[in-house]
Design a protein around this ligand. Structure first.
Ligand code: GLC
Length: 444
């Protein structure tokens, strides 16, 4: 297919999902605004409409809490009505105003998501004229500083520079095997065990699940996984999203490799923004950035020769494999030698280098399932992060191969949410916004 034709089709998907001031990830299934989705979406839109791209970010920042947190979901009245059809976890579930920091004028969730905001703003500004770009960056800079300050102030309570997460949804990689195995190990309540023991999943799916009306159940998370995630979210709500209260009784807090890698990459973009507009990163925050760069190495395991996640409460390394192990490339914080070890795992045909790379779980993992959400399929946003990371370390050739395969996936199967890495067949929902937006970016 012609490059221009594909770009036009991608723009049509983004128009379809445009709800005026922000963009839905997909019709029906995802009717709200999501944090990292909007960042990827804005990166794509910036290639043809910088004002609309900036608007995507402004509306995201309208949901920012007064303590600096940017929530993973922001609801609008219209989308909340739609949620009654498509998405059960709406504003009534989160009740964000239980926290004194939540905005009064906007309903949001009570947790965050990968902090791609600095990266998105930096790229949008690059597409604007000099002055306009600087004005845009000046407008968004204080909010991004407040967000990163909140992350290091609120979520790095042991002071090691690594951010701790409270919920799998905060990684954006929802049911990635590492989180699911940890949840099962440390925090599986009796009532969910009973549901599993008596095989009541099917009944609960029919009664309560709405996502499986849009996408076949074997491509979504399992009902047990959904119950575990809802249970953890209710625990956070019960403590009014207050970090101190959450940590007092926490079973389940993880230092996520993917999240910390993405944050490090975005710290660098925030430093670029500060330079560009003649600002200085506040001293304390700058010190944190340096410590965080150094301490990503705490997630390296000599025994298994790769980066891992870490249990915040016990300090144990969690050796479950997944796409996260390649994301330190995007951080730009690791040395060349370690980058090379990551690239050899990427190029291993028994792991990540499949017909349509990069799968969210390596093929030789016991958890690998080529169609099941974050447990095997290839996603365009993680491909984009891997491509960017490979380029940071000079692996142009490998980056180019993943870029071409990503485009081929969409030409072959459409703008789907994710794809089977073995044959490129589509999975999840169609007309998915970040797939469309990032294909525009990869083609440009
Ligand atoms: C799913 C994805 C998450 C994304 C959201 C909206 O929950 O796992 O990463 O932000 O959908 O697209």
């Amino acid at each position: 297919m012609e490059k221009l034709e594909l770009i036009e089709q991608a723009k049509a998907v983004l128009r379809l999902n445009d709800s005026g001031r922000s963009t839905r990830p997909a019709p029906g299934l995802y009717p709200h605004q999501w944090l990292w989705d909007s960042c990827f979406i804005a990166i794509g839109i910036s290639h043809y409409d910088t004002k609309r791209a900036a608007q995507e970010i402004y509306s995201l920042l309208e949901g920012q809490w007064s303590n600096g947190m940017i929530p993973n979901m922001i609801f609008s009245e219209a989308s909340d009505n739609e949620s009654a059809r498509g998405h059960r976890i709406g504003s009534g579930f989160w009740q964000s105003t239980r926290s004194p920091y939540a905005p009064k004028h906007k309903q949001t969730s009570g947790i965050t998501q990968p902090p791609m905001v600095a990266e998105a703003c930096w790229r949008i500004a690059k597409k604007m004229s000099g002055e306009e770009g600087i004005a845009f960056l000046k407008t968004v800079y204080p909010a991004i500083v407040r967000y990163h300050t909140w992350l290091y102030g609120d979520r790095d309570t042991d002071g090691n520079g690594l951010i701790a997460l409270f919920h799998p949804w905060e990684t954006g990689l929802d049911n990635t095997p590492m989180w699911m195995s940890e949840l099962r190990r440390v925090h599986m309540p009796l009532w969910i065990r009973v549901v599993e023991f008596f095989h009541l999943e099917k009944l609960l799916e029919t009664l309560f699940r709405k996502d499986t009306k849009y996408v076949s159940a074997d491509q979504r998370i399992s009902t047990i996984e959904a119950l575990m995630m809802t249970h953890v979210a209710l625990g956070l709500r019960k403590r009014d999203y207050d970090t101190k209260r959450i940590l007092r009784r926490a079973h389940f807090v993880l230092e996520s490799l993917s999240y910390n890698s993405i944050l490090l990459g975005n710290n660098e973009r925030l430093i670029d923004i500060a330079h560009k507009i003649g600002e200085k990163i506040p001293e304390d925050l700058d010190a944190k950035f340096k410590q965080a760069r150094k301490n990503l190495e705490m997630l390296w395991s000599e025994d298994i020769n790769r980066y891992c996640h870490r249990n915040y409460l016990t300090g144990e390394i969690i050796p479950v494999e997944g796409i996260s192990q390649l994301l330190p490339l995007y951080s730009g914080a690791i040395n060349k030698q370690r980058a090379e070890i990551l690239v050899s795992a990427l190029l291993d045909t028994s792991k990540f280098w499949l017909e349509f790379p990069v799968p969210s779980v390596p093929k030789n993992s016991p958890y690998f399932n080529p169609e099941k959400y974050w447990q095997g399929p290839t996603w365009i946003n993680t491909n984009w992060l891997v491509i960017d990371g490979l380029r940071k370390y000079g692996y142009e050739n490998e980056a180019e191969q993943i870029r071409q395969k990503s485009i081929k996936l969409v030409e072959k199967s459409g703008f789907y949410e994710y794809f089977n890495p073995l044959d490129g067949s589509p999975a999840g929902t169609n007309n998915f916004s970040w797939t469309a937006a990032l294909i525009i970016d990869l083609l440009s």
